[in-house]
Design a protein. Structure first.
Length: 168
């Protein structure tokens, strides 16, 4: 299997599985543990490192590595979307309500007024839908993939001298 496809599938499956770990443990309901979800960033960076090492071995330079990482992120994002929709509509249909209640409780603890809380919840309402959450996952994966690939490609790429030497 192509290393770009392989790395994208790996990242998508790991991130999708982690979403369900967050759900089954109930960590998403607790403000103290909800941010553990962002472990998915480490999964993505690890998967990109793994995939970009393989694409560098194919002779890809800096810009080509960024393109490869972007393609990996797109593949991962396409896998994450159905995981997210399954999570929020079938397995945990109360998820969005729980997130709203957790946000409300956190804002109350911060001393926000009821009017400020209602305004904050209203501002977030468009994103707090199953498709809004799924697309946030896709966009977050894509942006993380592009930025991380740009950084990783500084170190993990085929150098012009190496490419010439391997062609001799």
């Amino acid at each position: 299997m192509n290393p770009i496809l392989r790395a994208g599938v790996l990242i998508g499956l790991l991130c999708g599985a982690w979403t369900f770990v967050m759900g089954f443990t109930g960590w998403y309901k607790d403000p103290a543990t909800a941010n553990v979800f962002f472990t998915v960033i480490l999964f993505e960076i690890g998967g990109l490192l793994w995939g970009l090492r393989r694409t560098a071995a194919q002779g890809r330079g800096y810009w080509s590595q960024i393109l490869a990482g972007t393609m990996i992120a797109i593949i991962a994002g396409v896998i994450i979307v159905p995981f997210s929709l399954l999570f929020t509509t079938v397995v945990f249909p109360d998820y969005l309500h729980s997130v709203e209640e957790t946000t409300r409780a956190a804002l109350l603890r911060q001393g926000k007024s009821e009017a400020d809380i209602v305004a904050a919840l209203h501002a977030n309402a468009a994103a707090l839908t199953p498709m809004g959450q799924a697309m946030s996952g896709f966009i977050g994966t894509l942006i993380t993939g592009i930025v991380a690939s740009a950084a990783i490609a500084l170190f993990v790429r085929s150098k012009p001298d190496e490419a010439r030497a391997s062609s001799l």
